[in-house]
Design a binder for this molecule. Structure first.
Ligand code: NDP
Length: 281
């Protein structure tokens, strides 16, 4: 069965819009600043997608562009200015940053309660404790998607392939917090297929176009493909969809799967930030 990202996204969008409408009755408009350094094309397109979706939901967005040549100190100062602004609830730092800037220094400059990406080490630490404030959007999308098809994750064997800080690790922690038995694999894992074939839930985030075919998948498994790769102008995932389709119980397509939800999860975090900053439970 194919998991329809559009259908899940439509439900979430309606719920978020309702929440924003009710906040507006209390004179609160959730707001977010997209902070972009330089002219990266992917960042531009990401900003357009977020702005379009935020408009539908009623969230205010500012797209703030800073020249590529900015130095680290000045960039931190810009983040601090955004931290101080009462009318901005969330700060989204567009990555990648120019190579002369230490990404971690900028991430750590964002106020915890405005860190809607959930990349700040303190928010990551909270996720580790199982008491998160802001969870990275893609990891949340993966969890929402799994929950849309299986109500009980507890006790299932989840294998996450990929250990990036923005996808693999937070996804593994979220699944662990749901009482799954979690295995994390990466490029140095031996006998990858033997491990992935034991997964009830297989999450793949490796950036390797269509690498995961049916030889990696257990019969009936839930397969979540996070990968977004461009090949000859076409977007494909990390999973070989047509091959795995025959064997998986549930499978996300690319495009039309996880990617659709990630923006919505960022907006969900923005609403959460607005509530925290206005002492709304
Ligand atoms: P990273 O490049 O940061 O991490 C890739 C991970 O995959 C690493 O842990 C790496 O291992 C592992 N890996 C690479 N090759 C193999 C292999 N052959 N076998 C096993 N593991 C391997 O990537 P991201 O997590 O940021 O992104 C992964 C993919 O997801 C990309 O296609 C990206 O575009 C997409 N993406 C999609 C999002 C969405 O919302 N849908 C959001 C973010 C990313 P090691 O650590 O050992 O190097």
């Amino acid at each position: 069965m194919i998991i329809d990202g559009k259908e899940i996204a439509a439900k979430i969008e309606t719920a978020l819009k309702r929440e924003v409408d009710s906040l507006k009755l209390n004179m609160i408009t959730p707001s977010l600043t997209l902070l972009q350094v330089g002219e990266d094309k992917a960042s531009e397109s990401y900003a357009r997608n977020i702005t379009r979706e935020a408009d539908k939901i009623g969230i205010y967005v500012e797209h703030y562009k800073i020249p590529f040549e900015v130095n680290e100190k000045d960039l931190i100062r810009e983040v601090e200015k955004l931290n101080e602004r009462k009318n901005i609830n969330g700060i989204l730092l567009e990555l990648p940053l120019p190579p002369h800037i230490n990404k971690n220094a900028i991430i750590e400059a964002v106020f915890l309660e405005k860190d809607i990406d959930g990349f700040h080490p303190a928010n990551m630490g909270k996720l580790l404790e199982g008491a998160p404030a802001f969870i990275p959007a893609t990891a949340q999308s993966v969890l929402e998607t799994i929950k849309s098809v299986v109500p009980f994750i507890e006790g299932q064997h989840a294998v996450v392939v990929g250990r990036s800080n923005i996808v693999g690790k937070p996804t593994a922690l979220l699944l662990l917090n749901e009482n799954a038995t979690v295995t994390i694999c990466h490029s140095r894992t031996r006998n990858l297929q033997a491990i992935t074939r034991t997964a009830d839930i297989l999450v793949v985030s490796i950036g390797r176009p269509m690498m995961i075919d049916k030889s990696y998948v257990k019969n009936g498994a839930i397969v979540i493909d996070v990968g977004i790769n461009k090949i000859e102008g076409k977007i494909v995932g990390d999973v070989n969809f047509n091959d795995v389709y025959d064997i998986a119980g549930w499978l996300t397509p690319v495009p039309g799967g996880i990617g659709l939800l990630t923006t919505l999860m960022l907006l969900k975090n923005t609403i959460k930030a607005a509530k925290i900053q206005n002492n709304i439970p």
